[in-house]
Design a protein around this ligand. Structure first.
Ligand code: ZN
Length: 647
């Protein structure tokens, strides 16, 4: 029966697919290159991909329509790079084209024509963004009035710096630094979420900006990204790639604001700002959409209508689906009529701001007769960074918005501290409190189960992959990281394919060899065996690129819980005089089983694959002059006799 299933599995694609006019995707793409005289750059895998109705998808009058039609069935897309060069990429849900941005903005503009209709839309966004972010249930679980761990205050020219570790959820800390002016009286406060620039919040340009704004009269607070800096001591750096990072970072920003307002007597509550670059700009906009205490905002090199931010900490929770579909430009418009600066440049996705997002923002601000309250500093020759011209734009903005002391504007007076000076928990995390959470699992427990089921499953697979790799004792962090990623990606693809293709996707039918109906397991095996072959190829190529053949085998044994050795032992016991030749043949069959079995999700399925090959082993023994049935009967009787003797 199992043999028949093997052939069923192999034929699953042809059984369930109509293959008329189908051609390999790479051939079709090569034809498009020639026909339209373009060049294609591949950031996708076309191995084994077959395109049904291939040539019918070509539009002779349009290369871009042809590419769209040909790539869409595989969730691929193209990006025009220059002239006749196109890059082929996997679909990215947070990133669209500038043309898409134009269409979205044009659509949004039809939704509101005056202050009243805009405020209705804004009320919807306020509610749904919170809901889709899942922030309210998390905020309810926060520690009441947490007492932060505060460092000694370090005094510099015109400002001071103090580190803090603030407990947000029980056992979870957000760490950062507070830059305070040395002048007397009430100060403005600027909350500064961070982006993904190398060096995190410890980097030089960040310290320069914090110190300079503080010297001019604004208390500035920055804090680590979730899973970066000292947060990594608690949850590991992989946690940053989870959608949990999106809501936790938002909660951190609001918690820092709550703490500052509740405990610092030197803050002027009418001057509360938000400012950050890149991912920090995304969070600047998000914070102002979540909390109405902010009175001035400056997102830098982040805002666009066609890009939500590519990291899960920016787009992991589906807030852009709020109210039928929104974008960061509309979330920024919610800040009207309060002062807002958009800093953009010519070298990243913000290059569209002067002609697209900025005019849109001016229109919404216009509903309040406040078009002049939103400004754009565009630096067409600059790239994606937080360089001097961007910082100067931010300084000028807050000097005006918060009446800061322009005379104190001098970056050269800021002291750049070493990274370790900015830690709350010591150089090696030795000061992390006893009660602190030390794994992401504990954090995930604070979330509603269904929302984070997939995330938890991801983390479990990542742990599995890293445990397997640890058993190799590679002594090479880079290599170990690479192999872990290869295995993790494979485990995830196998899981996702399995979950998206339940047994019910395979029609009921007869197993031709037994004449019995296909079982649930048979149908699930058929569904899973239709997974594209490049998933397996990527695993094997990746492992072989980094590991010795022996190490590759160790990993495959981990997948299949040592079934090759275990099954071989069985044959050695049942066939006491097994020859070397027979053993080699059996091992080669079992290794085939092992390599096939890694692409199945459950132990039941892995066993089923081995059953197929065990049947082959037994047929081989019979063809080699053995009588498998008799050998097996003898073995069972022998075991029975041994047991009886023991009694
Ligand atoms: Zn991120």
């Amino acid at each position: 029966m199992m043999l028949a299933m093997a052939s069923l599995s192999a034929n699953a694609q042809t059984l369930t697919y109509e293959d008329r006019f189908a051609r390999p995707l790479n051939e079709v793409l090569a034809d498009i290159q020639t026909r339209f005289n373009i060049r294609l750059k591949y950031d996708i895998d076309t191995v084994g991909k077959v395109l049904p109705y291939a040539d019918f998808r070509i539009r002779p009058y349009s290369v871009e329509e042809s590419l769209t039609n040909v790539l869409a069935p595989f969730d691929y897309k193209f990006v025009k790079q220059s002239g006749n060069l196109y890059k082929l990429k996997a679909y990215e849900y947070p990133r669209r084209t500038e043309t898409d941005g134009e269409k979205l903005i044009a659509y949004l503009n039809t939704l509101y024509t005056d202050k009243a209709s805009w405020e209705e839309r804004k009320a919807c966004l306020r509610k749904e963004v919170r809901m889709r972010l899942g922030i309210d249930s998390l905020m309810k679980k926060r520690v009441d009035n947490p007492k932060p761990i505060l460092s000694k205050i370090r005094k510099y020219n015109g400002y001071t710096v103090q580190n803090f570790a603030l407990e947000t959820l029980p056992g979870l800390y957000v760490c950062g630094s507070i830059y305070t002016p040395r002048s007397k009286g009430k100060h403005a406060l600027i909350i500064c979420p961070n982006g993904h620039f190398g060096g995190g919040r410890y980097r030089e340009d960040q310290q320069q900006r914090m110190g300079t704004l503080a010297r001019m009269g604004a208390v500035c607070v920055d804090y680590d990204l979730f899973g970066w800096g000292e947060s990594a001591l608690q949850v590991g750096s992989a946690a940053h790639r989870s959608s949990a990072a999106h809501v936790i970072q938002a909660m951190n920003g609001l918690s820092v604001l709550d703490y500052m307002l509740a405990n610092r007597k030197d803050i002027d509550v009418t001057r509360i700002g938000a400012n950050g670059g890149s991912g920090g700009g995304t969070h600047t906009v998000l914070l102002t959409a979540l909390d109405e205490r902010f009175t001035a905002s400056a997102p830098v090199v982040s805002l666009a209508s066609h890009f939500d931010g590519g990291c899960p900490c920016e787009s992991g929770m589906p807030i852009q689906l709020a109210c039928g579909g929104t974008c960061n430009a509309e979330l920024a418009a919610m800040f009207a009529p309060l002062p807002q600066l958009i800093v953009s440049d010519g070298g990243d996705w913000t290059s569209s701001v002067p002609t697209l997002e900025y005019p849109y923002l001016r229109r919404v601000y216009g509903f309040y007769d406040a078009s002049d309250k939103v400004t754009n500093v565009h630096l067409p020759k600059e790239k994606h960074d937080f360089g001097p011209n961007k910082r100067n734009a931010v300084y000028s903005f807050f000097i005006t918005a918060f009446s800061l002391d322009k005379k104190m504007l001098d970056e050269s007076k800021v002291t750049i501290e070493p990274e370790s000076a900015m830690y709350s928990f010591g150089e090696k995390g030795e000061l992390l409190p006893e009660s602190a959470i030390r794994s992401f699992d504990k954090v995930a427990a604070y979330f509603d189960r269904d929302v984070f089921a997939e995330l938890k499953s991801d983390l479990a697979l990542e742990k599995k992959a890293s445990d397997w790799v640890a058993s190799l004792d590679l002594n090479d962090d880079k290599k170990a990281g690479y192999v872990t990623t290869v295995i993790y990606n494979h485990l995830r693809q196998v899981r996702d394919w399995h979950n998206q293709h339940p047994y019910t996707t395979v029609p009921e039918g007869m197993n031709p060899s037994t004449g019995k109906p296909l079982s649930q397991l048979d149908r699930q095996m058929i569904a899973d065996s239709a997974m594209p072959g490049d998933v397996h190829k990527k695993l094997m190529d990746g492992l072989r690129r980094a590991l010795t053949e022996e190490q590759v085998e160790t990993i495959l044994d981990k997948y299949t819980v040592g079934k090759v050795a275990f099954t071989l032992k069985g044959y050695q016991a049942i066939v006491p005089d097994l020859t070397k030749e027979e053993e080699e043949h059996i091992v080669s069959l079992l290794k085939k089983a092992r390599e096939q079995a890694v692409d199945y999700k459950s132990m039941k399925q892995i066993s089923a694959v081995f059953e197929i090959y065990k049947t082959q082993c037994e047929q081989y023994l019979n063809s080699n002059g053995r009588d498998w049935r008799q050998l097996f009967r003898d073995y069972v009787n022998k075991r029975k006799a041994e047991k009886a003797a023991k009694k």
